[in-house]
Design a protein around this ligand. Sequence first.
Ligand code: NAD
Ligand code: K
Ligand code: MN
Length: 363
Amino acid sequence: MKSYKIACIPGDGIGKEVIPAGQTVLQTLADTLEQFSFEFSAFDWGGDYYRQHGVMMPDDGLEALYDKDAILFGSAGDPQIADHITLWGLRLKICQGLDQYANVRPTRILPGIDGPLKRCRPEDLDWVIVRENSEGEYSGVGGRVHQGQPLEAATDVSMMTRAGIERIMRFAFSLAQSRPRKHLTVITKSNAQRHAMVMWDEIAVEIAREYPDVTWDKELVDAATARMVNKPATLDTIVATNLHADILSDLAAALAGSLGIAPTGNIDPERRYPSMFEPIHGSAFDIMGKGLANPIGTFWCAVMLLSHLGEEQAATVLMESIETVTADATLHTGDLGGSATTAQVTEAVCGHIRNHGKIQKVA
Ligand code: NAD
Ligand code: K
Ligand code: MN
């Protein structure tokens, strides 16, 4: 039987609640289907680690991840530590250190969940946002001078490379090609950002020639927000820079019902390093430690993780179990207007997985 090594990094806040829930669901799948097993290893990196050691994760931490088949990540963000320290010290350190350059964010309206858009049918909102995850606005290039002085100045340079844009465009076009609609929308801001974004647009034209069966269009990022709300059905696969896609995907999650249900995969398409799966939400300071976090985003991540490992049957069983649970309003957490707890949702999903196993054994 195949055994997969999974690193679990809960991080901070509700990450510490949803990642153990995700691990429980994955273990239940392994026990029920009896087709593979998991070897989980937990890493206590994050805000508490920072208070003890002065860093969010050890300097040689990346090396401890090299031999893993995948990583399940919660959130980096602690009320007592500046956000740029927690983000750069943990999540970005891993994403950039393991060159997980494609960030994939599926969004759709799950059964039983009411998005805020009137007249939007579930089939009208079925998107995958591809976020460039290695450079651009999050390159870390810049500086600050004359701190506290009248002449104080600071820059965050958005550096984009031809190689970086070519690889994310190729990834996005081939993902679009694999989906039924075969349509890609390239998000840009080349009217205002006249250097890097113009290069981005030019490379889109070049790469598009390699995918003659994919239709594509271009949209400025500000107009794209309105299009997501007004004409959701005109979008399918979307590719955008690191910052633009970060913002668009929170909007996408909200339009699909809640930040708490949206998953993301930080993927190294070349599979040189393990890929990392995480819910798109953060530490949720307002509800942390109360058992109220919606674990569905993490469970959907587990679906992506299983697909990435090639375990398609397990991925399908888990997605069906998730959809059966979201269809039941008594199992909605607070973010969806219900009063269910993290533990209740987790137990319900595990129950459906076990039922599925029983049905299979009878058949
Ligand atoms: P957030 O996602 O933590 O919370 C935004 C709102 O959504 C809150 O009201 C929260 O209660 C709600 N929410 C989010 N996830 C939920 C869930 N699973 N169930 C129910 N409700 C949920 O965003 P924020 O408040 O902007 O950030 C808080 C901290 O998290 C900051 O330190 C930020 O830097 C960090 N953060 C980290 C990541 C990451 O690690 N990838 C992503 C986003 C934010
Ligand atoms: K996260
Ligand atoms: Mn974000």
